[in-house]
Design a binder for this molecule. Structure first.
Ligand code: BGC
Length: 768
């Protein structure tokens, strides 16, 4: 754990420059707008350790798979969201000396991520050539209003001298991914041209042939007015820019404003990329920094109205939750059904920027309640569009007749992960994808989704489960053998309780959904039967599986067993582990981990969380008390589920302890890995720990339930949610709960299980 950032309610602040923290800060201070994003790299040259990172959503490269021992069925490639051309660069020289914070004395350094308004700010004094001091202020944002524009204002003030200052704003196409499997570069450069005041670079991904255009314009101001300067055009094969030189007197401020337009072949024809990028850059320079910023700020204000959580009496917790919400909102905006939420978003290369089950299991609950319904709908449609690939993926593994196995990791619907125990065995992901449809419908009431897209996906998934489950005469039950559950510290196990539970749930839900469409839209139902080549008899086996699935259970302990044989393992508690050997995945051999009973992340408890209405409080308590001490939480996705269930069973202290682990995971760099990128998808889990945990929000039978509790460390907290199109705010203190309606309709909800109604724009306060 590393605490070098200042507490502040709305900003993340780094005070003083320590190169050892630089790469973690590059991740933490990342900015993005759903369409593109980047690490908080310096604009000027930095020769110290740094991970350069600019990413454009949806642009990926199929890097040839690298494994020690090839297994049939492995995908040929791992799709990676690419580190793309660097458009933020502005080299600076002062009286001939290059500004490089790794080489000069740095004073009064601050780096600020303003989460309220969505910008990155850096200020410092640098001393060059022994005694020449300059003050630098650099502010940049990628616009949430003009989503193909990025803007930088870079100011330099000579503090104790007058002299020459040179800026070189540039675009660099000679870029590499750190995680390249064969040390290759993934881009070809198709065009690199520069002219007075402008530059353009067009790059093309090898193999996948995505093209991206980057156009830049700039303005130079002296004390806020157009400056006179000499300039020179620089045009290299992969690097384009301008060289600007001017005389600046002591105390004067010279600023370079860099305006960039970014286009990609996802949105434009190849032949239009250049003109469009140029138009975007022209548009930005004409609009100007202030207007661009004010439009961007307004968009952020809208985001915050709907997704903010306020916590009184605990600045660290307040900053933590806003940090999580901020990053989620800048990673995914729901404007494009081809995009999704990578576990690291736009903050690093790990996990390839691709889609995991994290989206359905974690991110969807967040977007469902903080954004208009169509944002989540896009995430569902993303999977609908990949259905054919999921059917092909299942066929590669030997399944037939339209059975669909969604990939564990994907950029375009094809599986691109290649560890057999995950790729072939972590089939529970199919359950999360089906459950997300149910979750969406119960929060929005949009049952039509089933007719339009949902049933196709549900039938494909159910066909898979039906074929994957086999009948065991010995048990006289259906079993699912050879799987990996969410707990990746167990592989090739039989009857993972979570997987079996989700499989049976999917089959049941698909049958209910088929019936619903049959009753409500018989014409569409018949169309779907034809389209899916679906025979009513298919459900006979499904029903048999639902009624006769094997769920491992320990009678003596009265707890669900994570898998067959779990109690044959030596039972050791996580608290008994030597703290010097944690996290165990960094100290133990994989073999030792697999032999142990330690659980990486919520697994049986994940199932109880998802299907909570099926279990009594006593059952939840017994299972929680059994599994929590055995869980090492070595996935960031784990503590939030434990936090939610801990609140449910009244263990608010435990819930708070788990909450802290998730909320400041990256800010305090708990696992010493923030430098690789942030845990974007688990950030949604942090939000869930407050709203579903402390706030006790549930949606059963399309009705809203709230059961708020509050940790004693907090004076008060408030969150805002959307339920079936109605916007409401919930404020909780130790003594009362207030429900404030921002809706046009009367809201009905169950507060502590009592039905209450709140009239439009009114509020209701209830004592706790
Ligand atoms: C977790 C998976 C998760 C992946 C990406 C792994 O460490 O075990 O459940 O999907 O990270 O976040």
């Amino acid at each position: 754990m590393k605490q070098y950032l200042k507490y502040d309610e709305w900003s993340v602040i780094e005070d003083g420059f320590d190169p050892n923290n630089h790469e973690a800060s590059e991740s933490i201070f990342s900015i993005g707008n759903g369409k593109m994003g980047q690490r908080a790299n310096f604009e000027e040259k930095y020769s110290g350790k740094s991970l350069q990172g600019n990413y454009i959503a949806g642009v990926y490269y199929p890097d040839k798979t690298r494994v020690g021992w090839w297994k049939n069925g492995y995908p040929e490639y791992f799709a990676k969201v690419l580190n793309s051309p660097n458009w933020i660069g502005i080299n600076v020289t002062i009286e001939g000396f290059e500004l490089d914070l790794a080489q000069c004395a740095v004073e009064n350094f601050t780096r600020t991520l303003n989460m309220k308004e969505g910008f990155l700010l850096r200020e410092f004094d640098a001393v060059l050539d022994g005694n020449k001091k300059v003050h630098v202020k650099a502010k940049r944002f990628v616009s949430l209003a003009d989503t193909e524009n990025g803007v930088i204002s870079y100011e330099v003030t000579p503090v104790n001298f007058s002299g020459h200052i040179n800026f070189t704003p540039y675009i660099d196409g000679d870029i590499k991914n750190e995680d390249s499997n064969y040390d290759e570069k993934f881009w070809n450069i198709l065009n690199a041209e520069a002219s007075e005041g402008a530059a353009y670079l067009e790059s093309q991904t090898k193999k996948s042939d995505f093209r991206c255009g980057f156009a830049m314009r700039y303005k130079v101001l002296l004390n806020g007015k157009d400056a006179k300067y000499k300039s020179e055009v620089i045009q290299l094969n992969k690097w384009v820019g301008n060289h600007v030189e001017l005389e600046v007197k002591q105390g004067e401020t010279v600023s370079l404003e860099k305006y960039v337009g970014v286009t990609s072949s996802l949105n434009y024809k190849n032949e239009d990329l250049k003109n469009k990028a140029g138009e975007l850059a022209d548009y930005a320079i004409n609009k100007g920094f202030n207007q661009l910023f004010s439009d961007h700020k307004e968009k952020w204000a809208e985001k915050w109205v709907h997704s903010d959580i306020r916590i009184k009496g605990d600045v660290a917790a307040q900053q933590g939750i806003r940090f999580n919400i901020f990053h989620l909102n800048q990673t995914y905006t729901g404007e494009d059904e081809r995009l999704n939420v990578g576990p690291k978003g736009f903050t690093g290369e790990k996990y390839g920027g691709t889609t995991y089950w994290d989206t359905e299991a974690y991110c969807i609950p967040f977007f469902l309640m903080t954004s208009p319904a169509d944002v989540t709908r896009q995430l569902l449609v993303y999977r609908y569009k990949h259905l054919q690939k999921a059917i092909e993926n299942a066929a590669k593994l030997g399944f037939t007749d339209g059975a669909a196995l969604y990939p564990m990791v994907t950029a375009n619907g094809e599986e691109c992960h290649n560890e057999w125990e995950i790729t072939f065995e972590e089939i529970h992901r199919n359950g999360a994808i089906a459950y997300a449809i149910h979750n969406y419908i119960r929060h929005t009431g949009d049952k039509k989704y089933l007719e339009e897209y949902g049933l196709d996906v549900l039938v494909g998934i159910s066909r898979f489960w039906s074929q994957r489950a086999t009948f065991s005469p010995a048990k006289n039950k259906y079993v699912i053998l050879g799987v990996t559950g969410p707990n990746e510290y167990e592989n090739n196990i039989n009857n993972n309780w979570y997987t079996n539970k989700m499989a049976a749930w999917c089959l049941k839900y698909t049958m209910e959904s088929l019936n619903w469409v049959k009753e409500n839209n018989p014409t569409r139902y018949n169309e779907l039967l034809k389209k899916l080549n679906f025979k009513a008899e298919e459900t006979e086996r499904w029903t048999d599986i639902v009624n006769n699935m094997h769920f491992p259970y320990n009678e003596e302990l009265q707890v669900f067993m994570q898998q067959d044989g779990f109690m044959d393992k030596e039972q050791v508690m996580a608290d008994d582990l030597d703290p010097a050997q944690r996290p165990i995945n960094q100290y133990w051999s994989w073999d030792r981990i697999l032999r142990s009973n330690f659980i990486k992340q919520a697994d049986t408890l994940q199932g109880i969380y998802v299907l909570e209405e099926e279990f009594s409080k006593e059952e939840i308590e017994r299972n929680f008390n059994f599994y929590e001490p055995r869980t090492v939480h070595e996935s960031s996705l784990s503590p939030c589920v434990h936090s939610i269930l801990a609140t449910k069973i009244g263990r608010i202290d435990k819930a708070y302890e788990m909450y802290l682990r998730t909320s400041r995971l990256d800010l305090d760099d708990y696992n010493a890995e923030a430098h690789e990128g942030l845990h974007i998808t688990s950030m949604a889990g942090t939000w869930m720990s407050i709203v579903e945990g402390f706030g006790g929000k549930r949606a059963y039978d399309e009705k809203l339930y709230l059961n708020p509790d509050i940790p004693e460390q907090w004076e008060e907290y408030a969150f805002r949610i959307t339920f079936k199109g109605n916007d409401l705010e919930v404020r909780v203190s130790a003594s009362e709960v207030e429900i404030i309606s921002h809706a046009q309709n009367t809201i009905e909800l169950y507060l502590y299980n009592n039905l209450i109604t709140v009239e439009p724009q009114q509020s209701k306060t209830i004592s706790r």
